[in-house]
Every structure is written in C-alpha cells, then in structure tokens.
Write a protein that binds this ligand. Structure first.
Ligand SMILES: Nc1ncnc2c1ncn2[C@@H]1O[C@H](COP(=O)(O)OP(=O)(O)OP(=O)(O)O)[C@@H](O)[C@H]1O
Ligand SMILES: [Mg+2]
Length: 275
C-alpha cells in the first residue's frame, strides 16, 4: 500500500553532499506493522515528513518516488496529494501538547480533518464521528473530554486524542513518529497496545518510528533499520533481533538496557503470534 523508492532529501541550507535521507527504499503492506528504527539524526522523521507531505517545498530538494495505493505523491499535484494524504494517512507525533491549539476545545480539534476534507458533513455528524473516534482511542467519557481544553488533559489522554484525530477518517496507514517517547512507561505500554488494537481490528497499516529497540521489538512485525539516511537492514522482528546481519543493527540491539535484553520476551511474543 505504501512504497518508497530511492527517496533522497536534502535541505537547501545543509552542505551540498549532506542528504537527510539518502536513497531509502522500503514498503509497508496492507495491515502490516512496520517498525523504522535508527539513531538520532538518521533521517526517520524526514522520511515521515516526505510521506505525509510536510516537507517544506522551498527549503528542501527531493528525488525518488512515494507511491500510496499506486498514486505517486512526491512529485504529484499538491492538491491531489493533500486529498490523498488526508483520506489515507493518519499521523501521530511525539509531542501531543504542542500538536493542539491551547484555546480550542478538544472535540473540535479531533474533528478538524473532517472539517477540511469533508466540508459537506453536518456539525452533528462531525461531533458524532469525533465521539466514536475518541471512544475507539479509549478515552473515558468522550462527551466530557470533547468540551475540555488541552491543558486540562494528561499527556496520555492528549496522545489518545491525537490518535482519535488520526483515526477519525479511517486511514489505511497510520504514521507514528515516536508517539510514546514523552510518556511514562505504563502509559507508553497502553498507547502501544492501542495502536496494535487499531491495527488488528481495522486492518490499518502502521509505520512506527522509534529510536527505541525495545519498543520496536514489542510492536513490529517487520523492522527497517535506518542509518545515515539509508535502510541498511530489513527483516522480520525475529530475523533482526535473533540474527542481525549488520554491525550497526547489533549496536542498536546492544543499546537495549541489559535487564530488557534477554530475548525470552521476543520468543514468547513470536510463539503467541503463531498460536
Ligand atoms: N527542517 C530541517 N532543516 C534542515 N535540516 C534538517 C531539518 N529537519 C531535519 N534536518 C536534518 O536531517 C537529518 C535527519 O533528521 P531527522 O529528524 O529525520 O532524524 P531522526 O532519525 O528523526 O532523529 P531523532 O531520533 O532524533 O528524531 C539530521 O541531520 C537533521 O539535522
Ligand atoms: Mg525524529
């Protein structure tokens, strides 16, 4: 459903030979959860920006292809691209607080993409869709949360609201860039379980970006390892964690704290998925 071919991105203010993304190629299949992992600065967020149409056109140069359901997005018509992305991709980012307007009630912000992409919908239909999406994101008492302002919600609730805003139009692809990094470990686990549940129940494909190998192992079916703007290794979670081919991948695995590094968790996970 998503195919990225030889993507290269350079920011115009960077050195001429400095590519933020340097020939990355990968795909995400229907209903698949793919983890994109790599150290800070390896190009993960820039890749996500290219897919979601957020690259600043005037400040960056890019080549390659991004195909979404067979439609080329990177060089296509901007309006068509916006429409495709609005309909097909839901985006979740790291900082839920900065993603929301502090002076607008949450419900209106959750419905925002409907207002843009489905102006024909009535306010009552939008509200009802927002309440459904908020319930799907497991926000308790959606009617109450609908009227609240961002500062009245916890970080975990804000992240659930961002997930509600992302899934309100039933996207085929969920693009999640470090969505749990700012949250404490318990809430982190709940948000990961929620993303997994959305994937299982709705068949939504997920491209999940993190520098954290432990989280990638917990969530992904297939893993892409990014280093200096390139995908240097890819494979099933089993292959990547049990039989890494690249020294760089091994280095990332070694960065998992020793108490979490034992692979029993992974083996149980794989067993659970096969049974
Ligand atoms: N708006 C921008 N202008 C110029 N350079 C940028 C811009 N955004 C990112 N870069 C550069 O592109 C490279 C890749 O950055 P990117 O944010 O994609 O890394 P990342 O893998 O997401 O890292 P992290 O794990 O820290 O989020 C870095 O060298 C960064 O400095
Ligand atoms: Mg990033």
């Amino acid at each position: 459903m998503l195919e990225v071919k030889n993507l290269r991105v350079r920011f115009k203010d960077a050195a001429p030979d400095r590519f933020a993304v340097d020939g990355a190629s990968f795909s995400v299949g229907d209903g698949e959860i793919v983890g994109l992992v790599g150290e800070s600065g390896s190009g993960k967020t820039v890749t996500a920006m290219a897919i979601s149409g957020l690259l600043p056109r005037r400040k960056s140069e890019y080549t390659g292809e991004i195909l979404l359901d067979g439609v080329e997005l990177l060089h296509g018509d901007r309006n068509l691209m916006r429409q495709m992305q609005g309909d097909t991709i839901g985006v979740i980012f790291q900082e839920p607080m900065s993603a929301f307007n502090p002076i607008m009630p949450m419900g209106r912000q959750v419905e925002e993409s409907l207002r843009v992409h489905h102006p024909e919908m009535s306010p009552a239909a939008r509200r009802s869709a927002a309440l459904t999406a908020m319930a799907e994101a497991e926000l308790d008492e959606p009617e109450i949360v609908y009227e609240k302002y961002p500062h009245e919600l916890s970080g975990g609730m804000l992240q659930r609201a961002m997930i509600a805003a992302a899934v309100i139009h039933s996207p085929k692809l969920l693009l999640a860039d470090e969505p749990t990094t700012a949250l404490d470990v318990t809430i982190q686990g709940q948000i990961l379980d929620l993303i997994k549940k959305i994937n299982r129940t709705k068949g939504t494909s997920v491209l999940f970006i993190s520098h954290n190998m432990r989280i990638i192992r917990h969530l992904s079916e297939r893993v892409l390892v990014m280093h200096r703007g390139k995908i240097v290794e890819e494979g099933s979670v089993e292959k990547i964690f049990l039989h890494p081919q690249e020294a760089y991948t091994q280095k990332l695995i070694n960065s998992i704290p020793a108490r979490d590094r034992h692979l029993t968790g992974l083996k149980e996970k794989l067993k659970g998925e096969k049974s």
